[in-house]
Design a protein around this ligand. Sequence first.
Ligand SMILES: Nc1ncnc2c1ncn2[C@@H]1O[C@H](COP(=O)(O)OP(=O)(O)O)[C@@H](O)[C@H]1O
Ligand SMILES: [Mg+2]
Length: 277
Amino acid sequence: MNDTTTQTASAQSAQAATDAAGEPILKVRNIETYYGPIMAIRGVSLEVPRGQVVTVLGANGAGKTTVLKTVSGVMDPQKGQVIYEGEEITRQDPNRIVARGIGHVPEGREVFPFLTVLENLQMGAYLRRDRAGIQDDMDRVFDYFPRLKEREAQHAGQLSGGEQQMLAIGRALMTRPKLLLLDEPSLGLAPLLVTEIFNIIRRINQEQGVSILLVEQNANVALNAGDFGYVLEVGRIVMEDTCANLLQKDDIKEFYLGQKEEGVRGKRRWKKKKLWR
Ligand SMILES: Nc1ncnc2c1ncn2[C@@H]1O[C@H](COP(=O)(O)OP(=O)(O)O)[C@@H](O)[C@H]1O
Ligand SMILES: [Mg+2]
């Protein structure tokens, strides 16, 4: 190897280091994911910059859950790539993906109902061997969710929906994630609890620097919690912008925020305004 090659190689590795620092923690490139013959995700690309909260909005059936399952390795895409911290993780085993630092809070919480709150949290740490670190993280989870501490000996099945959501988030935090995937944390919860849980999601992001990819039907809370947002319709991204800008867009206000209105008036508007289909 002569001097020129050595220099070029070291310049390249310096460039690679710079790129890695400023690079998004997650890049999803043109994924297509199927259920048998049904194409649920039709070429989706998105990015999560390090330290940010990115949200994907979409109605029921838009493909939000499938996007998260493809990132966490629960489903394999037919095409496209998932790139985490600059490395391709497409089609890797879900356990390996968790170990790399991606925590997935699934839709409908999926806590273990016959295990206690404490045991559910311990399950989150089952891949880890660092006892002291595990205890620190357990303390932090109880600090975020004091109600879980009060109920640590109860079976998870006896908790309310909101408490189960807290437990599901807590369990994912026990994997010590760098990136947290949240699947509709607001689903089925009363507005006050939604506010409480979203405040904690924001704290987890700000205090621990955890990057977050949040999928939601509840555009109001998601856009207020997020930095950048994508709108997903029938498996495709149809709009993307900062959450601040999305909140100002008429389409979003009428179609997604209008969806929140109760009663007949809201339903009528929902039927009239089919903007992207
Ligand atoms: N297990 C499944 N088998 C077949 N089709 C499915 C299955 N799960 C989801 N789908 C379809 O894939 C599409 C996307 O679903 P999903 O990702 O769950 O949407 P969302 O989370 O936005 O409600 C929908 O059309 C849905 O009917
Ligand atoms: Mg879903």
